[in-house]
Design a protein around this ligand. Structure first.
Ligand code: NAP
Length: 526
């Protein structure tokens, strides 16, 4: 049941006076639930509880953490229809999407459970002592990854489950041994509270310390600001706008003790269509890309917002078919009036840029909160000279850049801001473009061959991140089990007594994990 209260560890509180409601964009009405924003004292208490919980949680075995993560997954599934209905009411997204995202959330939690239960993820490495080494003896050194401390998570508006309360950031941080305080996203606070209740139930059932998880309501920047500034908070996870992510990053670096902010922000996901591919498959490509641009009303961080090619008849044909195909698709609802407001605003700002032509804009009237899709085109030189054209328009909007030649195409790629993905569409011609591929690799976190960038597989080899501003730290992924690395730091023991070492580093290797012992990867004991 949704109460509108905050979770401060296992306790529910609503001492504040600032309230707000979520919104059903499909019906264009407010939802019935009333949420109470966390007070400054409640924020303090949640962080303090997390700090206390960390003392215990950081030492809990992988097996116990796995039981906790699996219990969260079970409790989320047990929320059943109430969760699905609330998700739909607060996002305007269809039931199929809600169920798919729930499946992904549960899969992520169980993947982290498997990872920490197996245990080798701590990257244990041992260099045994050489007491007789000349001229100096070598000490015994043993290293592993340890958790950073309490983590604040800002969930994404466009993924109310998989990137929010119990989404990738939370699952990874808990798996690492970090307590989590979620700054609930105001657009789906009810979905957030239900998921928070599942996490709290799971924590109680598996005997986790009180404070290992808190969920704080807010509908403005104050709660998030106080959390990021709080001295007991040690790291931040964020998914959302460049403006929001950058503000939090700056705040965190201005603290007396700066902390890392792992923010996943905007991306226009360039798609490069090479000449043979365009000549052979202009129609198929146009149809495929029309679907990809409009998928989820263009509200995916991997939406193809920029299509690049060298001028040709085939490119003209591609633009013409894409323009026709995209308006055949019925417009759909965006997540919230604010998001559609931002879409309309950014779209008109973009369209007002000199040299940009609109080749397709949905002309019929649409229901309130539904987005009209648009395709635009621009000359390569104009694009190069105006960086306003390089910005993201979050929604069903894309731009085709018509380049003069191969050299201009390569130059444009090298001038792009950092991106999550880059796609190459090619028919047996990619080997003729090594410079272009190299320039693309330098600008993105994931490169796709003959596909669409929408769709992010959750698996160890996925990289969901990229050079700034796609993310604040391109060395890490926000998706897949390797995202755990954001919430840990390496730590060494020197000449430490065997019985006082953590199990991961003991001579006997009681956990049977894979370790680097004297430069050899092995599961053996010493
Ligand atoms: P957002 O405005 O960046 O907000 C995300 C979260 O961060 C919210 O909980 C927000 O709190 C908080 N926040 C933002 N700025 C803050 C600040 N200066 N200090 C403290 N907290 C702050 O993103 P959104 O609400 O999800 O969507 C708005 C726009 O972001 C969209 O229109 C779209 O352009 C972009 N977006 C992009 C992606 C992507 O993947 N590229 C994904 C989602 C959204 P409050 O709301 O309570 O202020």
């Amino acid at each position: 049941m949704i109460t509108g209260k905050n979770y401060l560890g296992n306790k529910q509180l609503d001492k504040g006076t600032k309230t707000y409601k979520t919104f059903n964009p499909l019906l264009n009405i407010e939802n019935e639930f009333v949420f109470v924003e966390a007070t400054s004292e409640e924020i303090d208490e949640a962080v303090h509880l997390a700090s206390e919980a960390f003392k215990v949680f950081r030492t809990i075995s992988g097996e116990k953490k796995a039981a906790f993560l699996n219990a969260i997954a079970d409790e989320i599934l047990a929320l059943n229809d109430e969760l699905i209905q609330t998700y739909c009411k607060e996002s305007g997204l269809p039931e199929g999407r809600a169920k798919g995202e729930r499946g992904r959330t549960v899969f992520q939690l169980r993947s982290f459970a498997d990872l920490v239960k197996e245990g080798s993820w701590v990257e244990a490495s041992i260099d045994t002592a050489q007491p007789n080494r000349e001229p100096l003896p070598k000490p015994d050194l043993r290293k592993l990854l340890i958790p950073l401390g309490p983590v604040v998570v800002f969930g994404a508006s466009n993924f109310p489950l998989a990137y929010s309360t119990a989404g990738g950031d939370t699952a990874a941080a808990l798996a690492a041994g970090c307590p989590v305080i979620v700054k609930s996203h105001p657009m789906h606070a009810g979905t957030g509270e239900l998921v928070a209740s599942a996490i709290i139930k799971a924590a109680e059932k598996t005997d986790m310390p009180n404070g290992v998880f808190s969920n704080l309501n807010s509908s403005g920047v104050e709660v998030g600001t106080q959390l990021v500034k709080h001295p007991e908070v040690k790291a931040v996870g964020f998914t959302g706008s460049l403006r929001g992510g950058r503000a939090l990053y700056d705040l965190a670096s201005q603290r007396e003790e700066p902390i890392p902010v792992f923010a996943e922000m905007g991306s226009i996901n360039p798609v490069i269509m090479l000449p043979n591919a365009l000549k052979n498959r202009a129609e198929d490509l146009a149809k495929t890309y029309a679907g990809s641009i409009i998928l989820g009303t263009g509200q995916f961080c991997t939406k193809p917002g920029l299509l690049l090619a060298i001028k040709s008849d085939a490119l003209t044909q591609f633009i013409s078919i894409l323009s026709k195909e995209i308006v055949k698709i019925e417009p759909t609802c965006m997540l919230h009036p604010n998001i559609i407001g931002a879409y309309e605003n950014n779209k008109s700002k973009m369209i007002s840029q000199a040299g940009l032509s609109v080749v397709s804009d949905f002309e019929n009237d649409v229901q309130t909160n539904y987005a009209k899709q648009a395709i635009t085109t621009v000359e390569g030189q104009t694009f190069l000279e105006n960086t306003n054209l390089h910005q993201e328009v979050f929604g069903p909007f894309s731009m085709v850049v018509q380049c003069q030649d191969k050299e201009q195409l390569e130059l444009i790629i090298s001038k792009l801001e950092g991106q999550l993905t880059g796609t190459l569409i090619a028919d047996n011609e990619a080997s003729e473009y090594p410079g272009l591929i190299s320039a693309l690799q330098n600008r993105v976190g994931r490169i796709i061959y003959n596909g669409v960038p929408t769709g992010v597989e959750v698996c160890p080899s996925m990289v969901h991140g990229g050079p700034y501003p796609a993310s604040t730290d391109s060395r890490f992924t926000a998706v897949g089990i390797n995202s755990i690395k954001r919430w840990v730091r390496p730590f060494s023991y020197q000449d430490w007594p065997n019985e006082l070492l953590p199990d991961e580093l003991k001579n006997e290797n009681p956990l049977g994990i894979s370790r680097l012992v004297d430069n050899k990867q092995t599961n053996d004991s010493i």
